[in-house]
Design a protein around this ligand. Structure first.
Ligand code: ZN
Length: 444
């Protein structure tokens, strides 16, 4: 299958100026100007548009799509306490409906690869809700890294969640092995991968972390967790362990290029140096951090230190949405809170949202438009009202102007959004199904 994306105002590629991208069998085979389609090649119209790499979202909790606008004026711990009882109702129907909504939002905002960090155990004797998630993501066409989480310390013993949402380590390890065997595809064309993701250092025992990390290393899977999100969480970590969050993970031996950490707001100078030296990546979640009043990451310093910096929309209950392009805009703007000289440029923010995410997931063949890269591309229209006057730098305009939906999105050279519409789903049906499940939840 060959495809030519043709006639763009600009293609964001490291090479010379281009207006076309040629794709064969899921891979970019040429980037240039005035490329011509032969009889076997389908054409995607990019006139009046710019073409950028597919965005990569490295932290999400898709199930939270059904619990937006809860704990409205609470910080992290109070917000969690309000949500845990609702999360107790979570099941496969919830996961399938929420995943479909989250993936639809991501695709329409130009995201082609996403992580989902899921830390709730399945109820006894029922199908793992992550099976429903994998099926929903496959149906819509996004690349999914399902980061399988768990908790084994409950809130009566210094953890975060009620005992009903925790599970024994051996059960978690069994689930990990089972989900990896059934769903993990390590190949370059893969649309489903598994990662190992204990929920949070305060919610898991060192034994769980040690065994889960050993499994990740053995299976060559990524390792992910939350870290240093809120000030009182940092204080609780120091109080419980005598170590700062980054020091604790270093002590556990889980830092390294196969690990990426969500949030990383409360970092000391030494922490940034350790993350850079060990090759550990971070996933910044600026909207969630503002919503919960957690603070602002040291964005410029992380980038300048050489840390692999990526972007996450975080769960939809603390965002309260899932637009990857809106998150990139948020990152750009919040990075400038203490002066433009300390902030990112638009092109740096877009790099964090694309190649930065690819780096965090160890997918150097994603997040860039170059010959040999996988053909994950987004065509953003710049002919509408929102982009009037951005002709001087239309790519910067994508982030500086109000976020638009994508005209076309290609994953592995396959159109999954065409003319601003999902190819494999009807958004009205997805929303109706999700509302049906949401109506069965307590109103709080
Ligand atoms: Zn999170």
């Amino acid at each position: 299958m060959k495809l030519l994306v043709r006639g763009a105002e600009a293609v964001l590629s490291p090479g010379a100026a281009a207006d076309s991208v040629l794709i064969a069998e899921g891979v970019i085979t040429a980037v240039g100007t005035g490329l011509v389609a032969d009889e076997e090649t389908a054409v995607v119209d990019a006139r009046g548009a710019v073409v950028v790499p597919g965005l990569v979202n490295t932290h999400h909790h898709m199930f939270q799509c059904l619990t937006r606008v809860r704990g409205l004026d609470q910080p992290l711990f109070g917000w969690l306490d309000e949500l845990w009882p609702l999360f107790g109702s979570h099941d496969g129907d919830w996961q399938e409906a929420a995943t479909a909504v989250a993936v639809a939002e991501l695709l329409l905002s130009g995201c082609t690869t996403t992580v989902d960090h899921h830390y709730l155990p399945p109820g006894p004797g029922v199908r793992d809700p992550l099976d429903a998630q994998v099926e929903a993501a496959r149906r819509l066409g996004i690349r999914l890294v399902s980061a399988v989480g768990s908790m084994d310390i409950d809130d009566a013993h210094g953890g975060l969640a009620p005992a009903a949402l925790c599970e024994p380590t051996d059960r978690y390890l069994h689930r990990l092995a089972d989900l990896t065997e059934r769903h993990h595809d390590p190949g370059p064309a893969s649309r489903t991968r598994i990662a190992v993701a204990p929920c949070h250092p305060l919610a898991v025992t060192p034994a769980l972390v040690r065994e889960a990390h050993a499994f990740a290393r053995d299976q060559a899977l990524g390792f992910h967790t939350h870290l240093a999100e809120a000030g009182d969480e940092e204080a609780a970590t120091v109080s419980a362990t005598g170590l700062r969050p980054v020091e604790l993970l270093a002590e556990w031996g889980v830092l390294g290029p196969d690990t990426w950490l969500a949030h990383c707001v409360h970092l000391a100078d030494d922490d940034i140096e350790v993350l850079a030296r060990t090759g550990t990546a971070v996933s910044l979640c600026p909207t969630s951090n503002l919503r919960l009043g957690s603070g602002i990451s040291r964005i410029r310093e992380l980038v300048d230190a050489g840390v692999t910096v990526s972007l996450g929309v975080d769960g939809s209950a603390s965002n309260d949405g899932g637009s990857a392009l809106a998150e990139a805009r948020q990152l750009l703007l919040v990075s400038r809170a203490h002066g433009v000289e300390h902030g990112l440029t638009a092109s740096e923010a877009l790099a964090v949202a694309t190649s930065g995410g690819a780096g965090a997931l160890r997918r150097p063949d994603l997040g860039r438009i170059e010959v040999g890269a996988r053909a994950d591309l987004v065509v953003f229209d710049i002919s509408g009202l929102h982009a009037v006057g951005t002709e001087a730098d239309p790519v910067a305009g994508l982030l500086l102007s109000p976020p638009a939906t994508a005209r076309h999105v290609l994953v592995e050279g396959e159109l999954v959004v065409r003319d601003h519409a999902l190819v494999h789903a009807d958004p009205a049906e997805l929303a109706a199904r999700a509302r049906e499940v949401t109506r069965s939840l307590p109103t709080g």
